[in-house]
Design a protein around this ligand. Sequence first.
Ligand SMILES: Cc1cc2nc3c(=O)[nH]c(=O)nc-3n(C[C@H](O)[C@H](O)[C@H](O)COP(=O)(O)OP(=O)(O)OC[C@H]3O[C@@H](n4cnc5c(N)ncnc54)[C@H](O)[C@@H]3O)c2cc1C
Length: 360
Amino acid sequence: MFEKYDVIVVGAGHAGCEAAHAAATMGSKVLLATMNMNTIAQMSCNPAMGGVAKGQIVREIDALGGCSGIITDQTMIQFRMLNKSKGPAMWSPRAQSDRMRFAETWRLTLESNPNIDFWQEMISAIIVENHVVTGVRTSLGIDIKSQSVILTNGTFLNGLIHIGKKQFGGGRTGESAAFGITEQLVSLGFNAGRMKTGTPPRVDGRSLDYKKMQEQKGDVIPEKFSYLPDIQPLTNQKSCWITHTNDAVHAQLQLGFNESPMFNGRIKGLGPRYCPSIEDKINRFADRSQHQIFVEPEGWNTVEVYVNGFSSSLPEEIQHNALRLVTGFEKVKMFRPGYAIEYDFFSPYPTPPYLRNSAY
Ligand SMILES: Cc1cc2nc3c(=O)[nH]c(=O)nc-3n(C[C@H](O)[C@H](O)[C@H](O)COP(=O)(O)OP(=O)(O)OC[C@H]3O[C@@H](n4cnc5c(N)ncnc54)[C@H](O)[C@@H]3O)c2cc1C
């Protein structure tokens, strides 16, 4: 069924899409194997690219011939250069993208490359012969051969989603977790650990009262990510909106703290330092009576809105009740609750021999 590939890329998130594109553009015959072709280049959390540190990376990817910058430019709805009040070394390009157009544009870009084949299935193992990787095995038991394998599994390896006391397997909400690869890599001597991240609820923009919020327009002269001259900056932008939590919101959220997987020890993974949940912020900065919320549209036409700053793994009812106490959100309708996710990761540092085969 399959030819022997030069490269098999496992996973089609940002990393997998770039890897497949880079290898194929350099002439390799590539198979992009991913669990769900409808979620190629799906933005897991905020439909945004760039920001502090990450904006520089997107521009470096562009300089190296990658697509993230170009596709962001083609699908953005707002551009802002963050930290403009500081010196130029601190400036950080940040774009809000149209989530659906971003994923579609990535998929069409990959499909237009004749060197890329696609296969939709979970890869459950890599094939190793005489200490050399020779391909992958799928969950249906199909062996596909290749010279090299690139793993870009994102948050999917043994992914576990938390909402209050509820826990269920998943790589992202609505998508199955991936199994097999961690255990195999650990048996081969790699060191795995657990990380944790989280996302806020998404709400119906038609249920919000924007008159009570502060408008946040994009830059007057928007820039772009790609250095290519034929990519043009935006001429029309969509606004985001700013509102704040208050004491009543905090009191409502605190009602759920005893069911919070963050506080009762059910979440064991390490979280990123700069992405705290709203319950974490209330807990750590108890003296603050409000926290900023950025109300961000998810695209040009959709009514779905991302509630930036309100990441939470508290029970969905608590999230909803607390949101209704935020100025402008009094009649909010929730599309999806926020959640936290734990997943396996592999340390980028070399594994010292004495740690090989340590218990995962
Ligand atoms: C809830 C949540 C919140 C997040 N918040 C942020 C944030 O605020 N900022 C930030 O920078 N990042 C955030 N992230 C991390 C986000 O995952 C990364 O920014 C980025 O999407 C990672 O891209 P990726 O390509 O590495 O992986 P992902 O986007 O996770 O993509 C992984 C891909 O691999 C596929 N896959 C996985 N295992 C297999 C397998 N065995 N076989 C076949 N296919 C497989 C999946 O289907 C998916 O297509 C968040 C993630 C989640 C889930």
